[in-house]
Design a protein around this ligand. Structure first.
Ligand code: AMP
Ligand code: ZN
Length: 150
């Protein structure tokens, strides 16, 4: 359960959600809005932003997360059709170390083109010995302590 205020007066995305700062909005419902990123990775780069303030997606109420999960594939389909993209990335940056710069959690839909210059993917590592079982066990234990997912 989140203790976030509904709106943070100093938050850019709260101001955009409230309409106090303009944006190129493409979608809105009771739970979220979607608008064009002002500095797009590729043209048609969309941000999906929950209406209420939550610093990252770990604080989102499940009803908001459910609504975003419902509209995201539809928005992505519209982005792909409108831009003629060959594919798209859905990215969420959580925390400064992960590249988050606006601390009001949000989703990026980034249209991708065969000839674009986006530097992706990032490098992968591997596990040795029992590490993969250890981390799976630790995550499952935390899941059980957080909530019932059923
Ligand atoms: P992140 O780095 O994941 O926190 O993403 C923040 C995104 O917000 C960046 O891609 C910015 O280009 C975008 N952004 C910043 N200011 C605005 C704005 N006024 N309108 C639309 N997008 C913005
Ligand atoms: Zn906010």
């Amino acid at each position: 359960m989140s203790n976030s205020p509904q709106s943070d007066p100093s938050c850019l995305f709260c101001k955009i959600s409230d309409g106090r700062i303009p944006s190129q909005r493409i979608y809105a419902d009771d739970f979220c809005t979607a608008f064009l990123d002002i500095n797009p990775v590729n043209h048609g780069h969309v941000l999906i932003v929950p209406r209420h303030h939550h610093k990252d997606i770990t604080e989102l109420p499940s009803e908001v997360a459910s609504q975003v999960a419902k509209v995201l594939p539809i928005l992505a389909k519209a982005v792909v059709r409108a831009t003629g993209a060959d594919g798209f990335n859905v990215i969420i940056n959580n925390g400064a170390v992960a590249g988050q710069t606006i601390f009001h959690g949000h989703w990026h839909i980034i249209p991708r083109f065969h000839d674009d210059s986006v530097n992706w993917p990032w490098p992968h590592s591997d596990y040795s010995g029992d590490q993969i079982h250890q981390i799976a066990f630790a995550i499952e234990r935390e899941l059980r302590s957080i909530q019932d997912l059923s």
